[in-house]
Design a protein around this ligand. Structure first.
Ligand SMILES: C[S@@+](CC[C@H](N)C(=O)[O-])C[C@H]1O[C@@H](n2cnc3c(N)ncnc32)[C@H](O)[C@@H]1O
Length: 139
């Protein structure tokens, strides 16, 4: 899913849509055919303004939405990979991820500019969603 048109990729289903729109998560779930996902990956980033704090908050907003979606659709043991933009608020977020996944690592691929605050978070081993079942709690 991307706001912009993308050229076809063999074996991939592409949709041009705003992930923040109300119907976007449902559209992706429909494409999953009610199956759970092994991996949720987001490279979403709003256009940068050059104002670091604003760019940080905008990217982190997209990251949080992608994360909420991942919690709904990931299989237990699943993986979440996403772009983050260092700037302060990521620490609380990473702390939450460490509760939801077995391991959380950072990666800065060679393709990412050295002077950019961008990096990627790779969370592996999703622990599963807490299910409320009468008075008991199951994982
Ligand atoms: C860093 S680019 C990565 C694009 C693609 N992954 C690639 O490698 O060519 C970030 C992408 O996030 C997309 N994007 C930003 N906000 C979005 C949103 N709300 N919904 C869907 N895509 C969004 C942009 O259109 C842009 O293509």
């Amino acid at each position: 899913m991307d706001l912009l048109h993308a050229e076809p990729v063999v074996g991939a289903h592409l949709i041009q849509m705003d992930f923040t729109s109300d119907d976007a998560p449902g559209k992706l779930q429909e494409m999953l055919n009610s199956h759970k996902a092994d991996v949720v990956m987001s490279d979403m980033a709003a256009n940068t303004t050059g104002m670091h704090d604003i760019d940080h908050l905008r990217i982190m907003g997209l990251l949080e939405m992608a994360y909420d979606f991942a919690l709904q659709v990931l299989n237990k043991g699943g993986v979440f990979v996403a772009k983050i933009f260092q700037g302060g608020t990521e620490n609380a977020f990473l702390a939450q991820m460490k509760k939801d996944f077995e391991t959380v690592k950072h990666a800065k691929p060679d393709a990412s500019r050295k002077d950019s605050s961008e990096m990627y978070v790779v969370a592996m081993g999703f622990k599963g969603v807490k299910q409320q079942n009468n008075n008991s709690t199951e994982f």
